[in-house]
Design a binder for this molecule. Structure first.
Ligand SMILES: *Cc1c(COP(=O)(O)O)cnc(C)c1O
Length: 424
């Protein structure tokens, strides 16, 4: 363990909660050097929707490499890129009647967000981007400017501007009608809000605490955007690729964003890969205007293609996610109701779910206790008050039952020590 502490920067973070050295992983399980096996309900913060090392996806990658196929190509044409584009068009875009041009903006989610923001500004000739309370869009300066978390924002070291924050769904506890503030600012020439280029939104805020926007709220947001000619950007980096059920998390609301960002689970096995999708008339880039060395990582084209072919030929996967989500929701409600003294509430959509604790330290304690008993989960939310469930979507019912029983016990342990503290 020493080398990590001696050599690696202080910036390392997840490893501080899980002080062990991981070695192998398969499906929903990951093992460490001591040979301990953990259930992984963190799944690379949503990068492993199909689990670790899915056999069909891994097979495709190994076959590709074994034949000395090209690995790095900048953005030149390759057979791997062709197959990916054809498969993405045929299995994702066409069946949903979506007409988007596909940009490869660079390997990470933040690259997709930066490209989206730059494009919106270029197309509209405006600067301001509207974002939402507790939103998360990445660590590069443009993305950070539309991210809520004050600790992360503080790392920028320069002013984060050209952005305006608005209340997300339910932020005002239903005390004001949806979009009252946004509409007022847009309609009042004295409001001080420069006319925005675009709105960027997550349908469910993963890092922000599993805050769920209702379908109605999302449709309302789309209507405001259309009325005021603002581009609607949906950041589907964490909630896309089936996390909430359908491939895109916005499908159920029946909205059609102008720009969509995807990354995290897109490559199917945790390889870096991101996309920015745009309606064709928005494709006003000059050749090379948004460039980058890693915009054609062929192994990710190959694994992403295999993932689409394995999981997205029919809607069976979505049906499966929905069934498990309904079951998990019921179980978590049960856990919350069993310990009224902890004031736990539940929220979520699909297989992005949260147990929200009145006291943030209880959420941390539950994750620590779960780790000690062989389950990986992280906290999220502005005060880390939410225990976040982000299991691989391929998790079996038996594994779900095992995970939930570890959580139930962890909550029981926390409730017991809280009671002892109160008594003392
Ligand atoms: C993770 C994430 C990002 C940033 O992706 P990186 O690959 O970490 O740069 C952006 N938006 C959302 C919603 C995310 O969950």
């Amino acid at each position: 363990m020493q080398v990590f502490e001696q050599v690696e920067s202080q910036v390392r973070s997840y490893c501080r909660n899980w002080p062990t050295v991981f070695t192998t992983a398969k499906g929903s399980r990951i093992s460490d050097e001591q040979g301990r096996s953990y259930l992984d309900f963190f799944a690379g913060a949503g990068s492993l929707n199909y689990g670790h090392n899915h056999p069909a996806i891994k097979e495709a990658l190994l076959g590709y490499l074994a034949e000395d196929n090209v690995v790095h190509t900048l953005d030149t044409y390759s057979s791997a890129k062709r197959r990916f584009l054809e498969t993405f068009r045929d299995l994702v875009l066409a069946p949903r009647n979506l007409d988007y041009k596909v940009q490869f903006p660079g390997p990470a989610g933040n690259n997709a967000v930066e490209a989206a923001l730059k494009l919106a500004r270029k197309y509209t000739g405006r600067e301001t981007i509207v974002s939402f309370t507790n939103g998360f869009h990445g660590m590069t300066l443009g993305a950070l400017a539309v991210t809520g978390n004050s600790m992360k924002r503080g790392g920028a070291g320069v002013p984060l501007n050209n952005a305006a924050t608005m209340p997300y769904d339910n932020y005002m506890d239903g005390r004001t009608p949806d979009f009252l503030w946004l509409r007022s600012l847009l309609e009042d020439p004295g409001s001080g809000l420069d006319r925005p280029a675009a709105v960027i939104v997550e349908t469910v805020q993963g890092e922000g605490g599993i805050n769920v926007a209702s379908d109605e709220w999302l449709r309302g947001l789309e209507a405001v955007c259309r009325e005021h000619e603002l581009l609607l950007i949906v950041d589907d980096i964490q909630m896309g690729c089936g996390r909430t059920g359908p491939f895109f998390s916005f499908e159920r609301a029946g909205i059609t964003p102008d720009i969509v960002t995807l990354s995290k689970s897109l490559s199917g096995m945790g390889l870096p890969f991101a996309l920015t999708l745009m309606k064709p008339h928005l494709d006003v880039w000059d050749p090379g205007e948004h460039n980058g060395t890693f915009r054609g990582f062929a192994p990710a084209f190959v694994t992403a293609t295999a993932a689409l072919e394995t999981f997205w030929r029919t809607d069976a996967f979505t049906v499966d996610v929905d069934a498990n989500a309904g079951w998990l929701d019921g179980e978590l409600h049960g856990v919350a109701e069993s310990y009224p003294e902890l004031g736990i509430t539940t929220r979520g959509r699909g297989l992005a779910r949260g147990l929200v604790f009145e006291k943030p330290e209880h959420a941390a304690a539950v994750c620590q206790e779960a780790f000690a008993n062989g389950l990986l989960m992280e906290t999220s939310g502005a005060e880390d008050e939410v225990v976040k469930f982000l299991p691989p979507l391929t998790t079996t019912r038996q594994e779900f039952e095992e995970g939930v029983s570890i959580v139930r016990e962890a909550v029981a342990t926390v409730a017991k020590s809280e009671a002892e503290e109160v008594a003392a």
